[in-house]
Design a protein around this ligand. Structure first.
Ligand SMILES: NC(=O)c1ccc[n+]([C@@H]2O[C@H](COP(=O)([O-])OP(=O)(O)OC[C@H]3O[C@@H](n4cnc5c(N)ncnc54)[C@H](O)[C@@H]3O)[C@@H](O)[C@H]2O)c1
Length: 286
């Protein structure tokens, strides 16, 4: 499976960066979004990002001209999917909408085209009935910001062939990433499961009064060499998001998750983290 031309669907936070990263390496890329305003914004963002790389001396004019020539913004899905070897779906995290898009894509691509989803949570088998060739369907999970973060997780479900997973692994490696290959599907994939385990343990120790959030962070940063402890990281990603996740778990299982009371006590005060000026730490600038 020789990937040469790639289509990215979704021009939001993740899609535009995945697409531009792909064009840099150098693959031919098309990008499509259902919202024309997003596509206009992608064009402006591409201009300013590439101009910035030249200004900082990180890219030459010639390199940027090459990237531009390989990066095509498309106003229809048909045009974006034309003759591509790989489709990377990076649209809104809604199962019904993703399912609809996979059906549309399936009708437009060649039978040997690989279809991948960048979903944060949904394993690709969720969509295996939406495509004619589930053996060419897998997760390809990037991290934010996708132009910078090196990890990409390839997740191979039972429906997915070894060749497809290998092609995605090679593609990720060829586009400057350090991929990992999960041979079985698992909710949350690798990195977010590890992070979740750290969050749970850290919150439990604080809730039980063993230590403060700041002491947990010192232990992780100074003893384990983590660049950031879990509470400092949670302040950055937002305690409102952390609360939403825990509330959803609580609603689904009926069992109060570890850390729920701790996070709720911050959430109720509006201490959502760095963006609110206060979370587990206080911030001068938001
Ligand atoms: N944000 C993150 O940190 C992160 C990290 C890893 C993975 N993800 C996953 O990446 C995907 C995209 O996330 P995001 O943060 O870029 O979201 P986003 O909201 O920034 O972008 C989503 C885009 O999808 C477009 N869209 C919606 N319906 C569409 C359709 N039918 N056809 C084409 N485009 C459509 C929207 O117009 C929007 O521009 C999600 O599945 C998310 O779970 C996000």
């Amino acid at each position: 499976m020789n990937i040469k031309k790639v289509c990215v669907i979704g021009g939001g936070l993740m899609g535009r960066q995945i697409a531009l990263n792909t064009a840099i390496y150098p693959y031919e890329v098309t990008i499509f979004d259902a919202n024309p305003a997003v596509l206009e914004d992608v064009a402006k963002w591409e201009d300013s990002y590439l101009a910035g790389r030249i200004a900082k001396g990180r890219m030459t004019e010639e390199q940027v001209a090459g990237i531009r020539s390989r990066f095509t913004i498309c106003s229809t899905l048909e045009e974006a999917c034309k003759d591509v070897d790989l489709v990377i779906e990076a649209i809104v995290e809604r199962k019904d909408i993703k399912s609809m898009v996979f059906k549309q894509v399936d009708a437009l691509v060649r039978p040997d085209t690989i279809i991948a989803t960048n979903s944060s949570r949904m394993v690709s088998s969720t969509f295996k009935n939406d495509v004619s060739h589930p053996e060419r369907l897998a997760n390809l999970h990037y991290f934010n910001p996708a132009l910078v973060m090196k990890l990409v997780e390839v997740v191979q479900g039972d429906h997915c062939s070894e060749e497809t997973a290998q092609a995605l692994y090679d593609f990720a490696a060829n586009t400057g990433k350090d991929p990992v290959w999960m041979k079985k599907e698992l909710d949350g994939f690798v990195a977010n499961r590890i992070l979740q385990a750290i969050y749970t343990e850290a919150r439990w120790m604080v809730e039980q009064g063993y230590c403060t959030p700041q002491e947990v962070d010192i232990a992780c940063e100074k003893g384990l060499n983590h660049p950031m402890g879990p509470f400092r990281l949670n302040d950055l990603t937002g305690l409102d998001l952390a609360y939403d996740i825990l509330q959803r778990k609580y609603d689904e299982s009926g069992e109060k998750p570890i850390g729920y009371d701790l996070i709720k006590s911050y959430y109720d005060k509006g201490w959502f983290g760095k963006k609110a000026g206060r979370g587990f730490y206080e911030y001068e600038s938001k």
